[in-house]
Design a protein around this ligand. Sequence first.
Ligand code: TYD
Length: 228
Amino acid sequence: MQPTAALGRFIALEGPDGAGKSLQAAHLADALRASGHVVMQTREPGGTALGERIRDVLLATGDAQRTPESDALLFNAARSQLVHEVIRPALERGEIVICDRFAGSTLAYQGYGSRLDLAELRRLEALATGGLRPDLVILLDVPVEVGLARRARGAAGELTRFETSPRHDAAFHERVRAGYLKLAAADPGRWHIIDAAGDAGAVTDQIVRSARELLERSEPYAALLRTD
Ligand code: TYD
């Protein structure tokens, strides 16, 4: 992929199930739009025609045999398409991209949660993204029991395979949360941890502050230049 001089910014929201990412992504997009920014809001898995079809396959229940390796490949297939069709073009137009989950989810869920090799997952990620990484990853951290209780309250529709599989028990979710915290600790310049257990409005304020700090940084956009 050729380096591109682009002015956009790429923000990913990550966190365990029930952290409130989708709601907070919408609030962040509203706040940035209100101050005049052009925002592209998208999500993983999904965000493209192929990605939404892969999402249906990934989340459908009834396939107890599905391996974490298959999941990792499918999430990355959807990611590749999203980077190519949506994220890179928006960044090249100078927009702010807000993505509800990105590559951190695969490291946390398939890596720490399902214990796939992290180095292999990072190679797969590089293939899918062409080296594109978020400028800022906001980790909405909640204790597992709080997240799972919120998820149960919010689950008005059908439950997904990730919510019904016996492999995804409380211990799995504890590994996911601890994995996220390790990823954040290893890259504090990019990751920002926000305690998402409390009041949603206060969480939004912190997220917006963190995004504004990123936008005020004067360095030229660098994510498209990275190949590591
Ligand atoms: P979704 O309905 O989008 O859940 P949430 O609102 O919690 O984001 O379902 C996505 C599920 O897929 C969620 O349980 C996390 C999981 N997931 C992975 O395991 N690996 C990944 O790379 C991604 C993007 C998601």
